[in-house]
Design a protein around this ligand. Sequence first.
Ligand SMILES: *Cc1c(COP(=O)(O)O)cnc(C)c1O
Length: 385
Amino acid sequence: MRPDPLPTSVSHPVVTPLSPSVVYASETPDELDAQYEGRVQGYTYSREGHPNADVVAKRLDAMEGISGGIVTSSGMAAVSAVVLGLLKAGDHVIGANQLYGRSLRLMKEDLPRLGMSTSLVDPGDVQAVKAEINPETKMILVEVVSNPTLSVADIKGLAKLCEQEGILFVVDNTFTTPRGFRPFDHGADIVIHSITKLLAGHSDVMLGYAVARDQAINDQMRVFAITTGMTPSPFDCWLAERGMLSFELRFDRTQETAALLADHLAGLPGVKRVLYPTRHDHPDNGLATELLGVSGCNMVSFELTGGRTAANIFTREADGLNFAPTLGDVGTTLSHPASSSHRGLTEVERMKLGLSEGFFRVSVGLEDPEPLLAVFTHAVNTATC
Ligand SMILES: *Cc1c(COP(=O)(O)O)cnc(C)c1O
């Protein structure tokens, strides 16, 4: 059965049509051959690709200054497409020691189970990374700015090391986004995004993206993503495209407010320390300035005086702010690593990272800065008085 053709119109829609069709019908076997052989462009089965995914991929390709990227059903699917789609048993991978929680789990649990070995190292210390390299090392995976201490990777040093050693240099650019940082301009081989976060930006869609400089690698990742069913839903892609239309505005606004919030928090007596990469008191300020310029990120971390009791009062008093483990939403969200992302660590391990019970990470949203700062003043003062 064929659907009725759409009514004809000499005008065209100004919004990308949503194409939920799972299958695409071809006229003849000859035409299908031509499609599979790439002589004509045509979709076949949506796990293999569909227009809405391609629209998002092209948009991100343009932002990263590259071509051939793939969109996946989540950021973790993109990480998996890169790591599992390109490596094999016997290979060794070096990861940053503060990777996103699930990426860390992949490194610690799943890769060893599949016969790969892994090392986790401080990505700000190129010598330490170099010391871990062995003849089987095939890939180094880092994030530019890490969660939740917002420490900065030595991207240039690592890129140089990877080039010398013939190792794939993979950068998860989720926190920094292509507006803050373009990894390919600094020697990355592969870039990953969780579109779920700032790019889509409204906490209503989960998607990822991966792209390599080398098109043969893109093909390999694409085939693996199709085989393992990492395909995104057309509706999610449609929503992401819609969100991305305002991404630049949202990024600029949230990053400006984040810088204001960082300075504001530093002036409150109940705040022990503030972490924001472009503040002079951040341990990695030099690297941050070199890589990000004046552009920071929309994340601010800080430590309250007082333990869990103060933390409980703080989230309760932070009126209108969601205490929720995500980032990049239109609204400001609060995350408490000790009870969420880092709850799996022992107290000693957490303290080594400086993640006390008073430690919070803020993902700054689009609220008016002044009332937002007032909410923080009230919540911090009430929690620590
Ligand atoms: C959220 C996140 C991911 C995973 O993305 P999902 O879309 O949640 O699967 C990967 N890396 C970083 C840095 C993230 O923040």
